[in-house]
Design a protein around this ligand. Structure first.
Ligand code: AMP
Ligand code: MG
Length: 333
């Protein structure tokens, strides 16, 4: 039943999906749906409703940025080919106003980028105040593909873990909430998804012969990911390890993580920096009496609608907040 969809979370995904000291990437069930007791349809339904809340929260963030606030959110999406990074962008971020989203995809560094420190292009793409920044791949490629393909020596990539931790600390310090998601697809599912790309002419553009080369180094990538998760999941910028064989689950989780990050910012609508009544009188003086009367009538309706809207926002917020009371660990890791 739609009204109870929130209750289908049996545990808070934020706590459930954070790798702890005992974390073992090899034992993550990539087809699992940790914490979610509903099915695909339940998930889609909840996601739509969460989308409305997410959208309002995003608008508050945008307004905050427009009025001198310094907060922003950065969603870092990592995962192997076919893990569903693009789908997260389309289906989760697609629920909010694109004006407030700064999306950046990181591919093989350009010639110019190669002339700079690896964090140079990352710093340049950080979200401005009020924005939700989204990284489709990120600085983590510099300890993943770069390491597995041996593009630089160990002496070069090894110190990067610490450097990345310090960098992210600095980013958080400046007002950005960082949400890092590692989409973990199984080898079987990746094989199926790549094969589908070959089977469908409309998906050929997504296929790259190098995807199979990468796939041949599956275990090297898993080991590199395991190190990333062990060494860069910090209190200020934790990782969430998201099983990704079921796309509806990973999308629901990321929606939830983003929503919670925005709730935690606790932003209210900015106060007007002018006197509303003075402005109302100034504007009214410029209007024809019958137009003014119509505007006043519309204004009453707008105020009533605002009260309703505020009420449903508070309700949605309370439902989302109730996840805080759920247990964080069902003993699955
Ligand atoms: P895609 O995400 O499918 O568009 O592919 C982007 C490609 O760029 C992937 O194969 C990444 O591994 C690669 N890539 C991203 N960042 C780096 C980097 N810093 N060094 C080398 N390759 C990278
Ligand atoms: Mg690709």
């Amino acid at each position: 039943m739609a009204d109870d969809a929130e209750n289908l979370w049996t545990a808070d995904p934020r706590r459930l999906l954070r790798p702890g000291p005992e974390f073992n990437l090899a034992s993550v069930d990539r087809a699992g749906t940790p914490g979610w007791s509903g099915d695909k349809d339940d998930a889609k339904e909840l996601m739509l409703r969460r989308g409305e809340l997410l959208s309002e929260l995003q608008e508050r963030l945008f307004a905050h940025g427009r009025t001198g606030g310094d907060r922003s959110v950065l969603l870092v999406i990592q995962g192997l080919d076919t893990a569903g990074k693009g789908g997260i962008v389309r289906h989760v971020l697609g629920m909010v106003d694109p004006q407030g989203v700064a999306l950046r995809s990181f591919g093989v560094p350009t010639e110019e980028e190669r002339e700079h420190h690896y964090l140079w292009r990352i710093r340049n793409a950080l979200p401005r105040p009020g924005q939700i920044g989204v990284f489709d791949r990120s600085h983590y490629e510099d300890v993943l593909v770069v390491r597995v393909q041996g593009l630089v020596e160990r002496e070069v990539w090894e110190p990067r873990f610490e450097e990345i931790n310090r960098f992210e600390e600095e980013v958080v310090e400046s007002g950005t909430t960082i949400v890092k998601v590692a989409l973990m697809v199984s080898a079987e599912e990746q094989g199926m998804r790549l094969m589908e790309r070959l089977d469908r002419p409309d998906k050929h553009w997504k296929y790259n012969p190098s995807d199979v080369d990468t796939r041949q180094r599956w275990y090297d990538y898993q080991a590199a990911y395991a190190d990333v998760l062990a060494r860069t999941s910090t209190d200020v910028a934790p990782w969430y390890v998201v099983p990704a064989d079921k796309k509806w689950y990973s999308r629901l989780v990321v929606t939830e993580l983003l929503t919670q990050a925005l709730i935690d910012l606790d932003l209210t609508w900015p106060q007007a920096d002018f006197d509303v009544e003075t402005e109302r009188a100034r504007l009214a003086a410029t209007m024809q009496p019958q137009v003014l009367a119509a505007a006043e009538q519309a204004g009453e309706q707008a105020r009533a609608k605002h009260v309703d809207g505020e009420e449903s926002y508070r309700e949605a917020l309370a439902e989302a907040g109730s996840l805080d009371d759920l247990p964080g660990d069902d003993g699955d890791d």
